[in-house]
Design a protein around this ligand. Structure first.
Ligand code: UFG
Length: 327
């Protein structure tokens, strides 16, 4: 019996792979290595495969049968909002098409459990202080749309052939559970600030005239290791055949931090001068996005153990363990 982690060589996936290995599971990783790295999967078996590519369904089916896969954790997807606006059809091919191949393979190989990486991007610009899973989903870009469609596909497969599934709606993921598993891409606030500092440049703050206490946007930052534990909690919830009360879970802390607080915290933990340049607002940024973590706490018994300082410190330590060490 084994767990198949698709996208397991990526930033978040590799954390889940490591936790699964630590608890003694047999893990098979599928990854196209477009953004993932082979040295992140430890002693898990790695099959290099693009799940949205030709022949993917058949290859997955074969792998699932050969390795006795009983559950799939599906991370592999494109995740850049701006790119999704520029190349919508490609995002649908990759994210929706890739998931369709995985689900078709699971149906044929009789694999009944799936944990799906969803996103707070499914909500769009919610006008509420705390976002619950019942807040309306009105995604404002193709990336968020592909994630919401993914959830619908899982619900359809449940009705058709009894798939047992959870979708985790990630809020703002950052940090590192181990120094060698830091976020390798500079696409989000914490790594973007570190990337600027490594170039000897000042961090940028996109807008300080929002209706928030310090004028900068507020987000719910979640430590990647806490997020990884949420996947294991969701997998355990699907075990057995008890009816599933809830499928969709926010993964956040219920607490917000502003962009300026994040940048200042990085200055404190690193000892660097993180004085930032204020730039114009970035289009499409909601002023505030904070998760209500009530449901995941009650149903999965999960809660975040790490707060902002731990998150930022672990990101800093991972950065310093990498090739672009500062100072
Ligand atoms: N920001 C800066 N300076 C930077 C980088 C980011 O000020 O150099 C600001 C952004 O404008 C935003 C905040 O920091 O206000 C967080 O930005 P991120 O890009 O890190 O994260 P987002 O909240 O925009 O995006 C996250 C996920 C997306 C998801 C989105 C909506 O990364 O995948 O939430 O749920 F689509």
């Amino acid at each position: 019996m084994s767990t198949l982690v698709i996208g397991g060589a990526g930033y978040i996936g590799a954390h889940v792979v490591r936790l699964l290995l630590e608890r003694g599971e047999d893990v098979v990783v599928v990854d196209d290595l477009s953004t993932g790295a082979a040295d992140r999967v430890g002693r898990a078996t790695l099959a290099e495969l693009d799940v949205a590519g030709p022949g993917a369904q058949e290859s997955l089916e074969k792998l699932m049968a050969e390795r006795g896969v009983t559950a799939v954790v599906h991370f592999a997807a494109k995740k850049q909002v701006g790119e999704s606006v520029a190349r919508p059809a490609w995002y649908y091919q990759q994210n929706v098409g890739g998931l369709a191949n995985v689900l078709a393979a699971m149906e044929n190989a009789d694999v009944k459990h799936m944990i799906f990486s969803s996103s707070a991007a499914t909500y769009g610009m919610p006008d509420v202080a705390l976002v619950t899973e019942d807040t309306d989903c009105r995604p404002i870009n193709p990336y968020g749309e592909t994630k919401l469609i993914g959830e619908w596909m899982l619900a359809d497969c449940e009705r058709a052939w009894g798939l047992r599934w959870s979708a985790l709606r990630y809020f703002n993921v950052a940090g590192a559970g181990w120094p060698e598993l830091g976020d390798p891409a500079a696409l989000n606030l914490v790594p973007m600030v570190l990337d600027r500092l490594a170039r000897g440049e000042r961090p940028k703050i996109f807008g300080d005239d929002y209706p928030t206490p310090d004028g900068t946007c507020i987000r719910d930052y979640i430590h990647v290791l806490d997020l990884a534990h949420a996947h294991l909690a969701a997998m355990d919830y699907l075990e057995g055949d008890a009816p599933i009360a809830h499928h969709v879970f926010n993964v956040g802390t219920g607490e917000g931090a502003s962009v300026r607080q994040v940048v200042d915290t990085l200055g404190e933990v690193s000892g660097l001068d993180t004085t930032a340049d204020v730039e114009p607002r970035r289009p499409g940024d909601p002023p505030q996005l904070i998760a209500s973590p009530d449901r995941i706490g009650k149903v999965l018994g999960w809660k975040a153990e790490h707060r902002l300082e731990d998150i930022v410190r672990s990101a800093w330590e991972a950065w310093q363990a990498g090739p672009r060490r500062i100072g």
